[in-house]
Design a protein around this ligand. Structure first.
Ligand code: CUA
Length: 477
């Protein structure tokens, strides 16, 4: 029961009630209108039913002073009532008309962007099991993360290379199918900068549930900066990993789509890869695959399965099925032949380093690859809790602290932390206590655990990061 109620919460990142743009807003308005009309009808009909049940039920009257009862006499049977029948035909017809007007209006206004609005053109192409995003006017191709400017309509042309998928970003717009051999159109607009979670909403095969994506909305200047960056070569484009990438990955993944004429090239190449695989699945060693240009600035990997961290990227390259059963990467590329990558650990790490170094020249301020990677990740949190959860893993907390009740890895479990932190030190609230014990671990040793085990380095986290960690930790129960 609670599961269903929670699924309606506007706080959820894929809630259709948390409208983030005009298209979603119009669709919600229509939904609410229909919901309340339906609710009113439900109450009236059920009310009439209950009234009739209570007032006209069969009653037997006892005869006083005896065991006998007078049977209820059946009411007079009638057949047909022209006036009633006309009324209950006209009322539903009127209701349907009342609903039809806004419905048709909404269908039209959510189909094409408003006139004279200068929409951004994007092609969203569904693949088993990831999303390709093309910006035909800009000559940009990317995957799984759709950058859009805020306050400007985005006209999306929906296509598919293989089977029917459905493009859905619940907070931003309703779903619409991508159909092979057919082109659908929709538009969306995002009001506020941020990340909006999306996913394929049409069953499309083994990894359907893992075909996620993210809409990253940026204010116009930042968005333009991103577009320019996508056409700029990376700071570093050769390294040890480069050769390995060329040898094992480049048949399927383009990495240099920042060049002048690379857009047409990538489109042709993607079709060739697909044909290659489609017409000879037994022998093909390539298949259409996400464009990896400037992968270092992406926030997620494997179509939204994991955050883009070096650790995750290594694990993903090593054995993709661990994250995403069904991925073609493993069944097609020769370096896998269906199993884990036939590469040494240091080779996989070199490839990961190379990929994460794919960051456009001039992106952010001059930074090391690691710093820039961290910044790209730091941009993506919707909430402090989300940020804290990331830090919990990324800062190594998860290595020693379990989230499960009573499970001890090295330090105490974080389960139910909020409930037992409030009365630990007089004068400190639970939050303050948790904060203090992250920053000064030795001052707050939990009974039964040795001192000097937890590193005293978290004092170097920023105030924002510490607050994020606390707000995440108090949610664990
Ligand atoms: Cu693509 Cu489900």
């Amino acid at each position: 029961m609670w599961v269903f109620i929670i699924s309606c919460s506007p706080q959820h990142q894929q809630s259709t009630f948390a409208n983030a743009g005009p298209v979603a807003q119009q669709q919600s308005n229509l939904y609410y209108l229909m919901f309340w009309i339906a609710a009113l009808i439900f109450v009236l009909v059920q009310g009439a039913l209950i009234f009739a049940l209570l007032n006209f039920r069969r009653r037997e009257k006892p005869i006083p002073g005896s065991d006998f009862t007078v049977p209820d006499i059946p009411p007079k049977q009638v057949h047909g009532n022209t006036r009633l029948e006309i009324i209950w035909t006209i009322i539903p017809a009127l209701i349907l008309i009342v609903i039809a007007v806004p419905t048709v209006q909404t269908i039209y206004s959510t189909y094409e962007p408003p006139e004279n609005s200068d929409p951004l053109e994007v092609v969203a192409m569904g693949h088993q099991w990831w999303w390709e995003f093309r910006y035909p006017d800009e000559g940009i191709v990317t995957a799984n993360e759709l950058y859009v400017p805020t306050d400007r309509p985005v006209r999306i042309t929906l296509q598919s290379q293989d089977v029917i998928h459905s493009f859905w970003v619940p907070q931003v717009a309703g779903k619409k199918d991508t159909v092979p051999g057919n082109t659908n159109v929709m538009w969306l607009q995002v009001d506020e900068p941020g990340n909006y979670s999306g996913q394929c909403a049409e069953f499309c095969g083994v990894a359907h549930a893992r075909m996620r994506f993210r809409v990253i909305a940026e204010e116009e200047s930042n968005f333009n900066n991103w577009m320019e960056s996508m056409k700029t070569p990376p700071k570093m484009d050769t390294s040890e990993g480069y050769g390995l990438f060329l040898a094992h990955c480049s048949m399927c993944h383009s990495i240099d789509s920042y060049n002048e004429d690379s857009y047409e090239k990538e489109l042709t190449m993607q079709d060739e890869r697909w044909d290659d695989w489609y017409f000879n699945q037994e022998e093909s060693v390539r298949v259409s695959a996400p464009n990896l240009t400037h992968l270092g600035i992406r926030t997620m990997l494997a179509a939204g399965q994991k955050d883009m961290t070096k650790e995750n990227l290594i694990a993903w390259i090593k054995d993709p099925s661990e994250f995403k059963r069904g991925t073609r990467m493993q069944s097609v590329a020769s370096v896998y032949k269906g199993g884990p990558a036939k590469l040494e650990d240091y080779e996989i790490e070199a490839i990961a380093d190379y990929l994460l170094a794919q960051i456009p020249e001039g992106w952010g301020v001059a930074k090391t690859g690691v710093e820039a990677e961290e910044e790209a990740e730091a941009l993506v949190w919707n909430t402090a809790e989300e940020h804290g959860e990331y830090l919990f893993v990324n800062q190594g907390c998860a290595g020693c602290h379990s989230l499960n009740e009573d499970e001890v890895i090295v330090g105490p479990s974080m389960y139910g932390l909020i409930d037992r932190s409030g009365d630990k030190v007089q004068g400190l609230s639970a939050e303050e206590y948790i904060y203090q014990s992250i920053v000064y671990p030795n001052e707050y040793i939990v009974e039964g655990y040795p001192a000097n085990v937890m590193p005293q380095i978290f004092i170097n986290l920023s105030e924002e990061e510490l607050q994020a960690l606390v707000s995440y930790l108090i949610t664990i129960k």
